[in-house]
Design a binder for this molecule. Structure first.
Ligand code: SF4
Length: 359
């Protein structure tokens, strides 16, 4: 498929106002895009047919199609999404909290969801534990393709536009390696008349491109940052994340200290725990030392083995011992539930499985 067109989801409201006249039509179209989750120009009933036809010649509405989806018993839904050029990537719908009912079965708090979004097809970083890395890098996603993941998943789950949602840029790709499109998508998500997802509900997770952490900080988008640390010494970190040679642990820690952080918030350090590699008390001790003086939160994540990987899942006992050590030494620490463990839980697994079936 080669005949691709820009999507209306690629543009901020201000940009759309320069492309579409008269201006009030942009308000209507914005509503169709972000409140009604329109899939085609034909859905936009209050927009004149002539304008719809004119727009359809130059643009598409949503550039994504759902190719496959897997639903876990824990409420996680993993999507494989196809773009106009036939390339695919994954996005994940995560249920973080169940709906809470009172004694009369009235809803007192609605379920809370997070969407895990991809920013590239493939990835250049080449982490040794990552299935996405095995396929190499194909291309950056456009801002519209990033935005469309959230629109598509909210629509598919009948999640109203004004219901709160969190976004984590933790799917396929290194978000900071596609910084311009990422920053634009963040701005589009924040639009008051659109999805109105504030920066504080958006977390950019990076494998540690220290110079780009600084650039993101200077953009002052109000987002949170999460660092995929995974190791406490450069030798192991370089084995796990080869670009650690260029952006070592010290350079990342220094960049984090310069990043503008909401005083009420903490920087999340993701630590993928791999059996026999980084799950020992010596590593926990070094981690405490490394994060000393940073308002940090450590998120311990079980490694989810996938066919062909050399790494193993740590035992629950070792995980708890590791977490206890961090907590006893003053670090805020959580053990992340392995969401969607009964489906293709590892990043890139659904893509590989589906493409294997198609070939
Ligand atoms: S873990 Fe993330 S940064 Fe590392 S190769 Fe995979 S997608 Fe890229």
């Amino acid at each position: 498929m080669t005949n691709t067109k820009p999507s209306l989801l690629d543009f901020t409201k201000k940009e759309l106002q320069t492309l579409i006249k008269p201006g009030f039509r942009v308000n209507q179209i914005f509503g169709w895009l972000y409140h009604q989750y329109a899939e085609s120009f034909d859905d936009m009933k209050n927009v004149p047919k002539a304008l719809r036809e004119e727009l359809a010649e130059k643009y598409v509405v949503n550039p994504l199609t759902i190719v496959n989806k897997e639903v876990s018993t824990d409420g996680t839904i993993k999507y494989l999404l196809q773009m106009q050029d036939g390339k695919t990537m994954e996005a994940v719908w995560l249920k973080m909290k169940d709906t809470q009912l009172d004694e009369n079965a009235e809803v007192i708090q609605e379920a809370k969801y997070t969407i895990c979004v991809s920013t590239q097809v493939g990835c250049k970083v080449g982490c040794s534990f990552c299935l996405t890395a095995k396929g190499g890098f194909t291309r950056d996603l456009t801002a519209g393709e990033i935005v469309a993941q959230v629109v598509t998943l909210k629509c598919d789950n009948d999640h109203k536009h004004n219901r709160k949602i969190n976004i984590v840029y933790m799917g396929m790709g290194e978000p900071l390696d596609n910084l311009d499109n990422l920053a634009k998508a963040i701005e589009i998500f924040k639009e008051d008349d659109g999805l109105c997802i504030s920066g504080k509900r958006q977390t950019v997770s990076t494998s540690g491109l220290s110079n780009k952490i600084d650039q993101l900080g200077k953009m002052d988008l109000g987002v949170h940052i999460a660092i995929s640390l995974h190791a406490v010494d450069d030798e192991l970190r370089t084995e796990l994340i080869p670009m650690n040679k260029a952006h070592n642990i010290n350079s990342i820690i220094e960049a984090v200290k310069r990043f503008p952080i909401d005083t009420r918030k903490r920087v999340m350090f993701e630590y993928l725990v791999i059996k026999g590699k980084n799950d020992d008390l010596g590593s926990a001790k070094k981690l405490v030392k490394l994060l000393h003086g940073i308002k940090a939160k450590v998120n311990l994540i079980y490694f989810n083995p996938y066919p062909g990987t050399d790494y193993d899942r740590p035992s629950k006992e070792d995980m708890v011992t590791f977490a206890d050590y961090l907590i006893k030494h003053g670090l805020l620490c959580t053990i992340r539930d392995s969401k969607g463990i009964d489906i293709s839980a590892a990043c890139g697994q659904l893509k590989e499985k589906t493409e294997g079936e198609i070939q």
